[in-house]
Ligand binder design. Sequence first.
Ligand SMILES: C[S@@+](CC[C@H](N)C(=O)[O-])C[C@H]1O[C@@H](n2cnc3c(N)ncnc32)[C@H](O)[C@@H]1O
Length: 353
Amino acid sequence: MDDRGPAQGRHVPVMRDRILTLLEPSLTRPGAVHVDGTLGMGGHAEGVLEAFPEVTVIGIDRDHEALALSAERLARFGDRFRPVHAVYDDIAQVIAAQGWARVDGILFDLGVSSLQLDEADRGFAYRVDAPLDMRMDQSEGLTAADVLNTYDVDELTRVLKDYGEERFARKIARAVVRDREQRPFTTSGPLVELLRRVIPGASQRQSGHPAKRTFQALRIEVNDELAGWRRAIEEAVDVLAVGGRIAVLSYHSLEDRVTKRALAAGATSSTPEGLPVELPEHAAYLGLVTRGGEEPSPAEITQNPRAASAHLRVAERIRENHQQATRSTTSGRSSLSRGSTASAGTGTKGTTR
Ligand SMILES: C[S@@+](CC[C@H](N)C(=O)[O-])C[C@H]1O[C@@H](n2cnc3c(N)ncnc32)[C@H](O)[C@@H]1O
């Protein structure tokens, strides 16, 4: 914690120094641009802005409150920091609207922020009885209560199984549909009670808090997290300049699996077996900087228990791939004027400053 404003005290950025070290080769290039795709309270972005005084940072978040806090926190960096309200799947449109075609560094620190977890009325925490909202962007979309009160048993089972890896998905789904006939779900308390009732005691003793998996599943469904992440990582790799690096922090196996597959696909030649030479358009276009996921040190986990499940993967763009080369009309900076703000029609809602 320090005294620079309200956002600082809320969050210790996970593996911050390690990320800065791994991004250094791409962010010390002249005129480097970095995208923080999950700006949150701006902890990582602040680290980049301080460590690399020439770098411009575009910070994306879908949460208006997080953007407002980090805009205040990072205002001292002036035009070097550009906060944008958008979903990270729109990364290409966001950077184009800011005046670039390619960027040198990209960071995604996936999941929910400490701000979202700590504010009971956002509905992410199962340890307090709070409205079942869970939307990261509270201006649109279904809430967790809407999902619980409107999905049928099969849909609820799919969500709990696919996104929560919950063994008792169907049993829970049936109980939800039964209970909501008496009283629709509005707050987390009755849902947690239902889970304590339905999940066998032995399983509750072995697998941690009984609401953990159901809350994760609802959060992923409400925010379309996995589908959004699949789209985003492809698009992010596509806008990375040759020599640029992408870093991803994941907190559960589902999103880490998507990350691992996307980076491994780029790091593997797709030349059909049996061909005597590698075709240039099939050559690997990513180099893996981290082998397997790196984890925070025990000391960091003691200091910040929320870092415990983090896995960091970093890759470097080593060449253009066919798709990227044909889609791009310029290499390097685009012809859009620098400093233009995201506008209607780009899919973003403009800057917050
Ligand atoms: C773990 S926090 C990031 C914390 C940040 N690295 C820091 O140092 O403060 C994740 C942030 O990503 C945002 N987020 C999650 N999914 C998003 C999406 N699809 N598009 C844009 N932002 C998203 C959340 O609103 C949240 O603020």
